[in-house]
Design a protein around this ligand. Sequence first.
Ligand code: ADP
Ligand code: MG
Length: 732
Amino acid sequence: MPDATRTSAVTAVASWRDDNGKHPGYSHQPDPVEKTFGSDVFGERAMQQRLPKDVFKRLARTIRQGEPLDPQVADVVAAAMKDWAAENGATHYTHWFQPLTGLTAEKHDAFIVPDGHGGVISEFTGAALVQGEPDASSFPSGGIRTTFEARGYTAWDCTSPVFLVRGANSVTLCIPTVFVSWTGEALDKKTPLLRSMEAVSTQAMRILRFFGTDAGVSRVTSTLGAEQEYFLIDRNFYYARPDLMTCDRTLFGARPPKGQQLEDHYFGSIPSRVLSFMADAERELYRLGVPIKTRHNEVAPGQFELAPFFETANIACDHQMLVMETLKRVAARYGLQCILHEKPFRGINGSGKHCNWSISTDTGVNLLDPRDETHTNMQFLVFLCAVLRAVDLHADLLRASVASAANDHRLGANEAPPAIISIFLGDMLLDIITQLESGAPRSTLKGGNLELGARTLPQIPRHSGDRNRTSPFAFTGNKFEFRAVGSSQAVAWPVTVVNTIVAESLDYVATELEKAAGAKTDAKLQGAVAGVLQKIVKQHKRVVFNGDGYDAAWHKEAEKRGLPNLRNTADALPVLRDKKNIDLFKKYNVLSKPEVESRAHIFVEKYVKQVLIEAETMVSMARTTILPAAIRQQTELAEAVSATEAADVQATDLRAQLEEHAGLVVNLRSATARLDGAIGTHMADPFKHAVQIRDRVVPAMADVRAAADELEARVADDLWPLPGYREMLAIK
Ligand code: ADP
Ligand code: MG
């Protein structure tokens, strides 16, 4: 479509909307959602209304330009915040942060202070707003601190708005904060995220300056929209399954006759109880200012998805944590359990969290939109090639950023992207990349400026080619979609990694461009840019793959191309300690060496602990739940054999059944004993322990499961002690 048409279409839509508002006899009435959206957030609008003008201006400068906050300003802001919160029923406040557990943490303080006359007054100071000091000794630090040096500080992140959390009879003011140690090391997921956003901004600005498109732009931010997949099952089933209660996934379960074969669930009509739940959860999220946009049935029975409108990465990450918590909390009201685990049911699709990521100027230009400003196509290609290079160079890190015991069940199965990291570009962009590789769009370069040069590139339709569902990192029109992220994961860490590797790549490209351009005139600049991009494409195009990521042939091909295939967590996490990666985080001030090492340590320990918890749950369930049922069945069979024979009736077949059953019971007992043995071997080095867990415990768990599932398929339904897949997935 020629650009003029597009522009006029856009203008038409815009003016239609204007007309709609202005038409005589019609005036836009805010609907209930518009009225309540963000009502539990002390955001910019509320601040502007309640703060003295100069205080608001100074705070806005801190929020937008990162200027230090004056303590006096903080006092005024805190007082206004407290008044607003108290008017809304809040009695307490908390610094809300994201420790390395992957969850959020809070410790509530009442607003009250003694008034010296036996009463209290309600107070909230700037100091209390800006800084807190929770006893940090029980949060994972990965060896950064010992317990006796437990000091940790929380510090207000004013770029993410404070909000209210409502309980049945309580309201708490939540203040998003970072969490750092006494020595200043990051103990949380937000600090490195903010630092990585800074790095992207610095480097992206260099590219904009190079192209002269930086007028009026003071920052570049990364944007994020995270699609959340989840399962819902009836709570009664959840409470009847120790594995679900302890591990958020089923450790046992025979395949039901009807799973997702008929593909009748995806985008199907939403069951009424589920829809009520969704509406309620969304209402709560709207109050918190989380812009939930879409909801639908996912592929697996009992699986659903919700997606927000994208936001600045930092806010989106905070909101994503609220989404997970809200889904869990609200589901209970409807007698449902929300399961966020990556693979709650074997043989049925698991859940992911596609992280849609882009970078945008603070003037609202999406730098990964090929058509936003057609004349800056060349600039778009620079950003595109920078991402391409980043993903190729740091595929190991991307893979490691999504490694977990839970995601191991999903990545590489035929439902989620493979563990091999590649980029999907679509046919049109692939073609352009190929053109770039063969030496630039030199043929029709007219005139001497960038705008003209860029015009020689083909028009890039927004949806260039088909969708591809199998790629771990796909270009989808005007953003990249990192699809390997797990459904239960806190997204701050994978987004930090994407930001950091792209910042590094932008740094490289900017330096190359500046070098190549030198004192060249505009006319020659074209060639310089093309030359830099050509080199990048040549070196890194191996990471581009537009085909079917599930295909075995791709795995072979990827190996030939030298792409890493880190199949599981035990393979993936050690790369965090590689010099290349430690240097990278350090260079862009995202994480120091101890900070990276502590994270590697925490993540690998988490893997070990999680699998061990599952393994122990499995042993206990096998011994105390499943075996007793199987033995009751055996007794019934044995009694049937003797009763039949006593009645002088042939019992050969019954006896065979009994023998077969007894054999299955022996299998389960011995598999359980083997698993129990495998659990027992402890190792001091968590990295070695992880390998041992993967090689011994995980296969032993598979054996126990196989033996138990075989029994489930044969034991009398009234004797089987656990709800099965059939009922759990069907009842909505
Ligand atoms: P699907 O990938 O299933 O087609 P949708 O188009 O519904 O999903 O959702 C895509 C997600 O990408 C949404 O959360 C949307 O807000 C987000 N998104 C769109 N543009 C950007 C952008 N520039 N940066 C980050 N996320 C974006
Ligand atoms: Mg998607």
